[in-house]
Design a protein around this ligand. Structure first.
Ligand SMILES: [Zn+2]
Length: 370
């Protein structure tokens, strides 16, 4: 294993932070697999899974079983990790500009597109090489204004040329699920069967250029811009939601690390990992994942749990206002898998309380939660 510690420019005099990357295998080997966790800095199942994965990678390295180039960034957000407010980790957004740490990554196709004019030929593999080089040059030309922008750049500059990018997150209360594009359905299916993801939410363009989308959307965009050239999908990328925020334990994380080893073995980055051990996931369009919005503020209680299969209109729980003695049912907004519920036991009017993944793609526009 090699370790690289990357400094971030401090936002104010006397402050500095670092980003730590660990590497196994030959840095030029393929496949290159990039794994990161903790981008939303209050989501700890992923970092703990990577902690245990790194022990397994050390053992595989000692036995000469690493064949790919594996990069692990176990805590991808040193800024967010330090941001607590009123005794609670803030996690999802930075306190300076309220930006979501998992949005706004560089649009590589837009940045590199002009320089690729006249560069591409008939060979897809050669085009992939040329495009990755173009992406590298584009990233090298970006300057960052804020510390958060700089963090985004330091993350993607190591991941942009990977064959597989796994961004480990978690939800509030949830079953394991993932978000991916339609670019590599076989890899998405393999990953779900390795790690036990119960649901694959598929969408090519979710909006906001989240970290996973920043690795897949450019290839699609370049195909649209250069329709006369063969341009492959250069990267499988996913946001993998490791259940809920309180699902943090060594037994769970050790099992999750084994699942990740199965995936690394399945894509040829290590030899001799475990076989996929879970059933195929349910697939649904991200546009079919519909949220129930609280019609009033109050106390939130549930009669269902994530993982329940529900039908549209079914009562899932209640919002109760004890001052007016009013109680309103939380109902399933579509038919499908209830895959997540909010963490909090109180809610504001207008707050999203849960999501059900259905097959009817009834939503449009920005498809991710803020
Ligand atoms: Zn997250």
């Amino acid at each position: 294993m090699q370790t690289q510690t990357v400094p971030l420019t401090g936002p104010s005099p006397g402050t500095t932070r670092t980003l730590t990357r660990h590497y196994w295998g030959d840095r030029d080997a393929r496949p290159k697999v990039y794994l990161q966790a903790g981008l939303h800095a209050d989501e700890m199942p992923g970092p703990l899974a990577l902690y245990h994965l790194m022990t397994l990678l050390d053992a595989a390295e000692a036995e000469g079983r690493i064949t790919g180039n594996i990069v692990v960034v176990p805590l991808a957000n040193p800024i967010g990790l330090s941001e607590w407010l009123l005794h609670k980790p803030v996690g999802r957004r930075d306190l300076e500009g309220a930006q979501n740490f998992n949005r706004g990554y560089p649009d590589l196709a837009a940045l590199a597109g002009d320089a690729l004019e006249g560069q591409l030929g008939p060979d897809g593999a050669e085009n992939l090489r040329i495009i990755r080089k173009g992406f590298a040059q584009a990233l090298a030309g970006i300057t960052s204004d804020t510390e958060v922008d700089e963090l985004r750049l330091r993350l993607i500059e190591e991941s942009f040329d990977a064959d597989h990018v796994l961004d480990l997150h978690c939800d509030h209360h949830a079953v394991m699920h993932l978000y991916a594009s339609s670019a590599a359905p076989g890899t998405a299916d393999l990953l779900c069967r390795c790690v036990g993801s119960k649901l694959a939410l598929i969408e090519d363009l979710s909006g906001g250029n989240a970290f996973d989308e920043a690795h897949t959307a450019p290839w699609r965009a370049l195909r649209a811009r250069f329709p006369n050239h063969t341009i492959p999908d250069g990267c499988f990328s996913t946001t993998l939601e490791y259940r809920g925020q309180h699902d943090v334990s060594d037994p769970l994380a050790q099992g999750d690390a084994l699942g990740l080893m199965a995936f690394l073995s399945g894509v040829g980055a290590v030899i001799g990992g475990p076989a996929p051990m879970h059933p195929a996931p349910e697939e649904a369009p991200l546009a079919g994942a519909v949220e129930f919005i609280a019609p009033m503020g109050g106390i939130v209680t549930w009669t269902t749990v994530p993982g329940d299969r529900v039908t549209e209109g079914q009562v899932l729980g209640h919002v109760t206002d004890p001052t007016t003695r009013l109680r309103i049912a939380i109902t399933a907004p579509t038919t499908g898998l209830l895959f997540r519920q909010e963490l909090w036991t109180s809610c504001l009017k207008g707050q999203g309380l849960c999501h059900v993944a259905g097959q009817d793609p009834r939503r449009q526009g920005e498809l991710l939660s803020n």
